[in-house]
Design a protein around this ligand. Structure first.
Ligand SMILES: Cc1cc2nc3c(=O)[nH]c(=O)nc-3n(C[C@H](O)[C@H](O)[C@H](O)COP(=O)(O)O)c2cc1C
Length: 431
């Protein structure tokens, strides 16, 4: 008789049940990646269905979609998706079914970009305070944002709730509120971007008010078995920004908000720590960038935790779980190798290699690395294989061309008609 331990299964493949009662068949999660593969109607089409079916068949226990906007006039990028009250749900139903085809749970990441919108897109550029993005010579890509008024904040809260309800009606199992990476809720959390002196700024209680109201509003509106999760920065990794003390305080607040998972990430467009790069001289671990902080949080968090960033090997996935973090988030490696969990069941030494740009212009390197991963997703969506190394510079150039085309499409359908409308209204008023 062999002296095998009781649990011969490696930990990453053990199921887990979340506070809402939802069970995930394993602990490997496909983290959110914006694909920019939406249709002209800002909805999922055949390409996205094909991509998500591959992720589901590839063996992940949970798939979190790329970010889906709560307002079609505030998009993180062209080719994005928007799910609002009144949106036709049929394409979203098909998308949920594709993502869930292999007994996989699927959640929609819901998001508002705030000031992180490209100027070329047009639309709203809202922020807690009128603080523009500072990206050196690339700053001009982003507009000067407008400080939000109370009624605009209320509108955004309602939009998050409406989008979560629409996700539930479409057959998804949950939503993840994007409160990380410098998007609107993250802007409210950070003292660097939130300079308000009303109830929405100042103390961490006030800066977290938008997140808490969004989460509570969603929890009250959706069914008890529908998962509600939050993606949160451990820190912004820039001076004067949201720091680890703030982040711990927010986790304690979220302990009482009835949520199912907190995903720990970090950074924003100015300091892209989620790509392993900081702006305050702090260095991140070479793998599982935010694990040390997540491990500390695991001691105080009653909500299950997940950490994402720099995880490509089975050994690292096991290290995350051994540290007391319940789920392992993987993004880029699953774009390159969509069946990575399945591969690991056969060969735990397998680790996909992801080509990266490391140029002097760090902003351009970051953009190229994003475009490269998006190109892998585009290939999967088109039914092509992802074997072979893609070139970051070519990916950046192709990405820019594709983006320009998609921006023109978005502007002609959603921005120009608004302008024509407002000119007509002005003329009618003058008449
Ligand atoms: C192409 C691309 C798109 C991304 N889009 C999103 C997104 O929509 N929402 C989000 O929270 N994170 C997004 N991320 C960040 C990932 O979820 C993840 O936090 C980050 O890539 C680090 O994980 P990784 O090292 O496994 O890629 C994106 C990353 C990439 C590469």
């Amino acid at each position: 008789m062999s002296a095998e331990p009781m649990s011969a299964k490696p930990m990453p493949f053990e199921p887990v049940t979340l506070p809402c009662g939802q069970t995930l068949k394993n602990r490997i999660v496909k983290a959110a990646m914006e694909e920019n593969l939406g249709t002209a109607q800002l909805a999922p089409g055949d390409g996205l269905l094909r991509l998500y079916r591959q992720w589901s068949e590839g063996g992940a226990g949970l798939i979190i979609t790329g970010n889906v906007m709560v307002d079609k006039l505030a998009m993180t990028g062209p080719g994005g998706l928007a799910l609002e009250e009144g949106t036709d749900l049929e394409p979203f139903r098909r998308w949920a079914a594709a993502a869930k085809c292999n007994d996989t749970r699927a959640w929609v990441q819901i998001s508002h970009p705030g000031r992180q919108v490209f100027k070329a897109m047009g639309g709203k550029a809202l922020a807690p305070s009128a603080v523009a993005l500072e990206l050196g010579k690339h700053s001009k890509m982003f507009p000067q944002p407008k400080a939000m008024e109370e009624q605009e904040i209320r509108d955004v809260i309602q939009r998050f709730v409406a989008t979560a309800l629409q996700a539930e009606r479409s057959g998804f199992d949950g939503v993840q509120v994007h409160a990380a990476h410098g998007y609107l809720i993250s802007q409210f959390l950070s003292p660097h971007t939130n300079r308000r002196d009303d109830d929405w700024g100042g103390s961490i209680d006030n800066r977290a008010r938008l997140l808490l109201e969004v989460v509570r509003g969603i929890r009250a509106a959706v069914g008890s078995q529908f998962a509600v999760a939050v993606k949160l920065n451990s820190a912004d990794f820039q001076r004067g920004g949201f720091d680890e003390r703030d982040s711990s305080a927010v986790v304690v607040m979220l302990n009482r908000a009835g949520i199912d998972l907190i995903e720990i990430s970090g950074g924003n467009y100015e300091a892209p720590a989620m790509q392993g790069r900081t702006a305050d001289q702090r260095t991140l671990a070479r793998e599982a960038y935010f694990l040390e902080f997540a491990q500390q949080l695991a001691k105080v968090s009653q909500v299950p935790l997940m950490t994402t960033g720099g995880i490509t090997s089975f050994a690292t996935a096991e290290r995350v779980l051994n540290a007391g973090v319940q789920l392992v988030g993987i993004a880029s490696a699953l774009a390159v190798q969509p069946d990575l969990p399945k591969r690991w069941q056969q060969d735990q030494a397998f680790s996909p290699s992801i080509p990266t740009a490391n140029w002097k212009d760090k902003t351009l390197s970051g953009l190229a690395n994003m475009e490269l991963v998006k190109r892998y997703m585009q290939r999967l969506a088109a039914g092509k294989r992802t074997t072979g190394s893609l070139n970051p510079l070519i990916s950046l150039m192709l990405g820019q061309l594709r983006q320009q085309k998609l921006i023109r499409r978005y502007r002609s359908l959603y921005i120009e008609p608004l302008k024509a409308e407002s000119v007509r209204a002005t003329v009618e008023n003058v008449d």
